[in-house]
Design a protein around this ligand. Structure first.
Ligand code: FES
Length: 101
């Protein structure tokens, strides 16, 4: 599947495999997402901001994920933790950006 990351006016494409976590695809592409806790929802260093249309196509965040996002100072309406998103063939494409530091 095709993943897109927007950085200002620049858009880069990278690939994701069905069944893998968005965090793993981002790290493989060299995006600076630390994922320090390995997906235990304890660090929020995997925070990404999804394109609005793509955010609406995903299953909603769990209460635990929402609680962690509440602690992220630069969270937006379409923020998610990349460790909690598993890529599926049905998604086909997904756009995201990294939150401002
Ligand atoms: S990797 Fe720690 S919350 Fe996602």
């Amino acid at each position: 599947m095709r993943l897109f990351v927007t950085d200002g006016d620049a858009v880069s494409e990278f690939a994701g495999e069905p069944g893998e976590r968005l965090l793993d695809a981002c790290q493989r592409a060299g995006l600076p997402l630390e994922g320090t806790c390995g997906g235990d929802m304890a660090c929020a260093t995997c925070h990404v901001v999804l394109a609005a249309a793509d955010f609406d196509r995903l299953s909603p965040a769990s209460e635990e994920e929402e609680d962690m996002l509440d602690l992220v100072p630069n969270a937006r309406r379409t923020s998610r933790l990349a460790c909690q998103i598993v890529l599926t063939p049905a998604l086909e494409e997904l756009g995201l950006s990294l939150p401002a530091a």
